[in-house]
Design a protein around this ligand. Structure first.
Ligand SMILES: Nc1nc2c(ncn2[C@@H]2O[C@H](COP(=O)(O)OP(=O)(O)OP(=O)(O)O)[C@@H](O)[C@H]2O)c(=O)[nH]1
Ligand SMILES: [Mg+2]
Length: 199
């Protein structure tokens, strides 16, 4: 079994969670992501762990240093889909592989080549990897999934079993994840206790 980690970031309401859902053959998302969520996608023998970040900048999240690949989502529905592009790119610019994903291509008047040129110009990068996807009508989802595993293998960004051996910080991050879940469970228990008291 091979494994890799991807960080998925982009503006609020872009379609990041829906993109992951589409990659997992699930339906489109209906709720904004509040805390960073951790999702698994299996492509043949490759397990991809995707950190789905909330687009709302007021919500807390850590940029996962253990993810070597970044996917920057762009909302093609918007008149100006590049409002926070520089900010998101700044957060991930140290990653060895960055992929740009246009979301909601079913609702766009932008063209692929223009968006690609704009990204290249704004961020001053030569070879922009861009997809025009739609979680609604599944456009380019299968192609992206297929290309993604190839890109990951070609770039040498897949590892045997667990990344722990390659990156000692993994256990720290997982420790943080479990601490967060414990806190969340405590909070829910408190809510239940309060509701019971009121009854
Ligand atoms: N038309 C269309 N709507 C979409 C598509 N993908 C997502 N949506 C809708 O866009 C809205 C936002 O989708 P999400 O997947 O929650 O977006 P997000 O980027 O995860 O948002 P945050 O978690 O708040 O950062 C939802 O109402 C979705 O139903 C798409 O491909 N086409
Ligand atoms: Mg989301």
């Amino acid at each position: 079994m091979k494994q890799t980690r991807i960080l998925l970031i982009g503006d609020q309401n872009t379609g990041k969670t829906s993109l992951i859902n589409a990659l997992c053959n699930e339906s489109i998302a209906t709720f904004p992501t509040v805390y960073q969520e951790f999702r698994k996608i299996q492509i043949d023998k490759l397990q991809i762990l995707i950190y789905d970040c909330p687009g709302n900048p007021s919500k807390e999240y850590n940029i996962q240093q253990t993810a070597l690949v970044a996917v920057v989502a762009i909302n093609l529905e918007h008149q100006n889909p590049f409002l926070y592009l520089e900010y998101h790119h700044h957060l991930v610019k140290d990653k060895p592989l960055i992929i740009f994903i246009g979301c909601k291509s079913d609702r766009t008047h932008h063209t692929y080549n223009v968006i690609k040129q704009q990204i290249s110009k704004i961020l001053n990068i030569q070879n922009v990897i861009l997809y025009f996807t739609s979680a609604l009508n599944q456009k380019e989802i299968a192609k992206f999934k297929e290309d993604l595993s190839q890109l990951l293998y070609q770039s040498g960004l897949v590892f045997d079993d667990d990344l722990q051996t390659q990156n000692p910080n993994v256990s720290y991050i997982e420790e943080q994840d479990s601490q967060f879940l414990n806190k969340w469970a405590q909070f829910l228990n408190c809510c239940c206790a309060c509701l019971k008291k009121d009854e």
